[in-house]
Design a protein around this ligand. Structure first.
Ligand SMILES: [Zn+2]
Length: 180
């Protein structure tokens, strides 16, 4: 449901490794982080991770979520871009020209920093392709789940109209009628 096209789905999945509503997090330990990234070929086999890698991954996840929230609400948290800049720097993202004749951003380091670089390269490519603005974070404060807005007019604000959309509607209804 609401999956993003091709590689962008990896970014959406990364954002949804945590569920803000229930407080659950798939990235509970450096080992869990390695498992998650390796399963998606973002990390080379045999790579390891430490506590700092986990901390930076969570930081990157929330900075990316801020970008996706800006895609649904219009306002970007000014603290988010420097977090992405720092991750791109650590990954040593460089422009590479492949045998297929295409230019692509690629990390120049391995490990978790390199994996972050791969995710950022997907983001940059998606921005260029015009699909990025459709990757949104649910506007509901206690959800913030990432979804791909495939609607014609790009107007979706909630991950699910049935759950978060209706909850928000009910809330604004209550607020409108509370003062009456
Ligand atoms: Zn939601």
């Amino acid at each position: 449901m609401s999956t993003a096209p091709e590689e962008l789905e990896l970014v959406r999945a990364f954002l949804n490794t945590t569920d803000i509503g229930s407080g659950s997090d798939e990235l509970v330990s450096p080992a869990a982080l390695v498992g998650w990234l390796s399963e998606r070929s973002l990390l080379e086999s045999g790579a390891s991770a430490g506590d700092q890698d986990l901390e930076r991954s969570r930081e990157l996840r929330e900075a990316l979520r801020a970008f996706c929230l800006a895609n649904s609400s219009g306002e970007l948290d000014p603290e988010a871009p420097p977090v992405l800049d720092a991750a791109a720097e650590r990954a040593g993202l460089r422009l590479r020209f492949g045998a297929d004749g295409e230019a692509k951003m690629a990390p120049s380091v391995e490990g978790v920093d390199g994996a972050h670089g791969r995710l950022l390269a997907i983001v940059a490519e998606s921005m260029r392709a015009g699909t990025w603005e459709r990757l949104k974070a649910c506007r509901s404060d206690d959800c913030r789940c990432a979804f791909y807005d495939a609607s014609k007019n790009h107007s979706r604000a909630w991950c699910s109209m049935a759950v978060c959309g209706n909850r928000a509607k009910a809330r604004s209804f209550r607020e409108r009628h509370a003062g009456a």
